[in-house]
Design a protein around this ligand. Structure first.
Ligand code: BGC
Length: 718
């Protein structure tokens, strides 16, 4: 439909109809679902009437295509102006075919891989009738106590920006209107939700504006530049004002500075929660705050429904603000072609073949192999050979809890466990499953006996899916102690231990690393977990993931991230042992494993690194690097380029990722990569938020991890 159609529609809408359009509800409230009839309680709680529901704008988290079809059919019969509902859901790392968690996707360091996850997610979810996904979450994260680090691509603004943009493109494709295998993307959580104090969920966020602009804002910006149709507000306050009623954040930064013109939705209940934050006395003030801040769609609370009309009639809120919000909703529906076809994705029975297909599973398997990180491999204990006797021991040896958090539609029963993938594939395979938390003496004994009898042990340890994700903060980032004990006892019985670690966050894994010859961090790999782990452990695929988030030595090091600032009292090799230094008395300053780190079964050499020694302000710097696979087997390497501004008006991080490329090379093969660092890469924010590029000496670091780099000096002159 054209703009005129939408404008006419808006003119025809009553104020009540418009306000209802600004509300998102779960499916239970709608006619046509089986749950109708049981909802009097929740309806009363939200002050809903049938009239309001008839005019509602959107539905959150529908569970079945059948339900959605019935809801839409009933809605199209009762909605006076024939405005279709739009269905939104959390499709975070796969719909039915589940891909690795986003923290692992970050470790792929690959836009192609992340885009593939998003494409398949959209293919499946759109075939099930969904229109919008609440993804990507591009919140920068530096604190693994926060359970939602699993849903982020990590701690780096550049990596998050590129991968966030790739996800948006993967979901939305080239032509959302015509291509019904796509979803609209909703970038979240605006803004800075990834920095709650103490890593405690829903807690205060407070940071300098310079920090906000420099490190937190870029990934949202990149996802919007990639064309994301929606943005979700965050639960937290920023500078004391809840994001959901933060006019400066949403109107000045999001709309004006970032140029976003799509739908801004609140997070679940976040409009009403501003009362708990103490910035509104009641639902009326909450509604006013949110609408003035430009929140178009209220998720799952009733502030708009109960108060907006009164606010408009009393003149406290201009009706034009309501019109603006409703128009954005209509535009989004129109962008998805819902006025022409309200049943997009709902009636197409032949598309059932798009769901959990062999091709989708194959994609998930490939993505999972690209997202695991090999942390240790002493004496090349890996890859395993199939003539070995292997004992698989631990809570995850046979478990199908391999999907990770934020899986709404995927089923564990569709997942491939380690048991499923490895049974009978070696000269002998034995499986000893233990509990995650309490391991009995009898089970330790069974495990030790199996270990003694094997050539190599694959210790399958880690978290349960529900231990990370939303509302899953931890004060201590450790596994249950029994798992460390299991590792110790197994290693004492037979030192050939290969640990496969399942986790939704960086964990304190020192003891596991000490007691294992090899450690493969698979995070939560998704539906094809077992098969992907099989590919990696047997060397069918060479590990190539790089950590997207630092692994600390222990909880007390948090927050720890590679792009930290310097200190006036740095600890160096020369001054080791002195007291008045920036250091811990009990542990090193360095993390256990740094950002960008990950091993391979082969070796790569970086040679012929060339760049100019001097550039003018505003000029781009080209860095050429020859990378050669000098080992015995094929594999991929991620070449990483970091910048360091030695002296500037403000203290600059000791290293910042500015470019990377992942490249696949056969044994012996070499290639030359070019990286271009432009003016923006050399620029930074001053305290008054002006962006500058300053002259002076910069170091360019080129390497294969943030801690394994070669350094080059480049002078920027005027
Ligand atoms: C989460 C969002 C999510 C929403 C809808 C909230 O609790 O913070 O990320 O999209 O629920 O399920």
């Amino acid at each position: 439909m054209d703009k005129k159609y939408l404008e006419d529609l808006l003119l025809k809408m009553t104020l009540d109809e418009k306000i209802s359009q600004m509300m998102q509800l779960s499916p239970i409230f709608f006619k046509g679902t089986e749950m109708q009839g049981e909802i009097t309680g929740p309806m009363e709680e939200l002050h809903l009437t049938e009239e309001i529901i008839k005019n509602a704008g959107s539905v959150l988290g529908s569970s079945s295509k059948k339900d959605m079809l019935q809801i839409q059919e009933a809605h199209m019969e009762t909605n006076r102006l024939g405005i279709p509902l739009i269905f939104m859901a959390d499709i975070i790392h796969g719909h039915k075919t589940i891909f690795p968690i986003p923290l692992a996707l970050g470790a792929s360091f690959s836009e192609e891989i992340v885009g593939e996850m998003a494409r398949v997610s959209a293919l499946e979810a759109s075939a099930s009738g969904h229109h919008v996904t609440f993804s990507p979450m591009v919140d920068l994260v530096r604190d693994p106590r926060w359970g939602r680090v699993m849903e982020s691509t990590g701690e780096d603004p550049h990596l998050n920006s590129r991968l966030g943009a790739a996800m948006v493109k993967g979901y939305q494709g080239e032509n959302l209107l015509e291509d019904h295998t796509r979803l609209a993307a909703c970038v979240k959580h605006f803004a800075a939700y990834g920095a709650p104090q103490g890593g405690r969920e829903y807690h205060t966020v407070d940071m300098s504006m310079r920090e906000f602009y420099q490190n937190y804002l870029p990934a949202y910006e990149a996802a919007l530049e990639a064309g994301a149709k929606m943005v979700m507000t965050s639960f937290n306050v920023l500078d004391g004002v809840p994001a959901t009623m933060n006019k400066w954040l949403n109107r000045d930064v999001l709309r004006k500075e970032l140029g976003f013109s799509g739908v801004l939705i609140s997070d679940w209940g976040a409009v009403k929660e501003v009362i708990n934050h103490g910035t509104a006395a009641n639902t009326k003030e909450a509604a006013k705050g949110a609408v003035l801040a430009g929140v178009d769609l209220e998720m799952m609370t009733e502030c708009y429904i109960t108060s907006l009309k009164e606010l408009v009639e009393s003149g406290e809120v201009a009706e034009s603000l309501v019109d603006e919000a409703v128009m954005r909703m209509l535009v989004l529906k129109n962008d998805l072609g819902l006025f022409e076809d309200p049943y997009r994705g709902l009636k197409v029975s032949e598309r059932t073949g798009d769901i959990l297909s062999a091709r989708n599973r194959q994609a998930a398997r490939r993505v999972a192999t690209e997202s695991a990180v090999l942390l240790k491999n002493n004496q090349n204990i890996l890859p395993l050979s199939t003539d070995q006797k292997v004992a698989f021991i631990g809570p995850l040896a046979e478990s199908k809890d391999v999907l990770g958090g934020w899986v709404v539609y995927g089923e564990k029963s569709d997942a491939v466990s380690i048991y499923d993938a490895f049974s009978g594939k070696f000269s002998e395979t034995k499986f000893v499953t233990t509990d995650y938390e309490t391991i009995s003496e009898a089970d330790y004994k069974r495990a030790e006996d199996a270990a003694k009898d094997a050539d190599v042990i694959v210790l399958c340890v880690g978290e349960k899916s529900e231990w990370s994700g939303e509302a899953a903060s931890l004060a201590t980032i450790r596994l249950p102690e029994a798992q460390y004990e299991l590792c110790k006892r197994i290693a004492a019985a037979n030192s050939s231990v290969v640990t496969v670690l399942f986790n939704g966050r960086p964990l304190d894994i020192k003891e596991l690393v000490q007691n294992s010859e090899a450690v493969l961090d698979v995070f939560f790999p998704g539906t094809e977990a077992g098969n992907a782990i099989f590919d990696l452990l047997t060397g069918k695929v060479n590990p190539s993931g790089k950590l997207s988030m630092t692994i600390p030595q222990t909880t007390g090091q948090i927050p720890i991230f590679y792009n930290e600032l310097r200190t006036g009292r740095p600890k160096t090799e020369q001054n080791a042992g002195e007291k008045y230094l920036s250091q811990y008395l009990d542990i090193p300053n360095e993390p256990l494993f740094p950002f960008g780190f990950g091993l391979s079964y082969t070796h790569f050499a970086l040679t012929d690194i060339k760049m100019k020694k001097e550039i003018a302000v505003g000029e781009s710097l080209t860095v050429d690097v020859t990378v050669q696979n000098t080992g015995e087997c094929a594999g991929s390497e991620v070449v990483q380029v970091y910048l360091f501004d030695v002296t500037a008006s403000v203290s600059r991080p000791q290293k910042e990722l500015k470019a990377f490329q992942k490249v696949y090379l056969e044994s012996g093969e070499k290639t030359t990569l070019s990286f271009i660092l432009n003016e923006k890469d050399f620029s930074f924010y001053l305290p008054d938020l002006k962006v500058v590029q300053e002259e002076g000496i910069h170091h360019v670091f080129v390497g294969t991890s943030s801690c394994d780099v070669k350094s080059f000096e480049v002078r920027v002159v005027r």
